[in-house]
Design a protein. Structure first.
Length: 159
């Protein structure tokens, strides 16, 4: 569990350090960005709260909860576990090689996520997503594509 916490802290630290630069991009799109300061125990920034009431497919952000699922369920033992590239050209040239958890996160390698999800299993992923209340929690698009499909639904956010 310590590794999971450290992974989350690393992501949160990256998000905070790049927030000002990225906030201009977020503010120009139909989106919701929430930054919570765990030290101060308060929300620091919430952009366009109306959009925070809609839940969307997780898309690229799915790799963050997926990493927690993979480490928690021991599908990934550590960040150096390598998954072999099967030779299919990807969206980006940086995807076209063997990857580990570090490169998966930094390069947002979709095929790595698509190899992890069947190893975790649909039932377990659905349980995690329900517990996290992450994205739209809709896995109807299939175990290797669901987070890439867009099926929004509205719900009041957790307060």
């Amino acid at each position: 569990m310590t590794k999971l916490f450290l992974l989350f802290i690393m992501f949160a630290t990256y998000s905070c350090s790049h927030f000002e630069k990225q906030s201009k991009v977020v503010d120009d799109k139909k989106s919701c960005f929430v930054l919570y300061d765990i030290t101060e125990k308060k929300f620091v920034k919430v952009s366009d709260t109306a959009n925070c009431f809609e839940r969307y497919a997780a898309a690229s952000t799915f790799k963050v909860p997926l990493a927690i699922m993979a480490f928690d369920s021991q599908v990934l033992k550590d960040e150096n576990v390598v998954m072999k590239w099967e030779g299919q050209k990807g969206f980006l040239p940086s995807w076209d090689k063997d990857q580990n958890a570090k490169t998966w996160m930094t390069e947002s390698v979709v095929w790595f996520s698509q190899k992890l999800t069947p190893k975790i299993g649909m039932k377990k992923i659905a349980e995690y997503l329900q517990g996290f209340r992450y994205g739209n929690e809709d896995m109807s698009g299939g175990i290797t594509e669901a987070w890439l499909t867009s099926t929004p639904f509205s719900e009041k956010p957790i307060t």
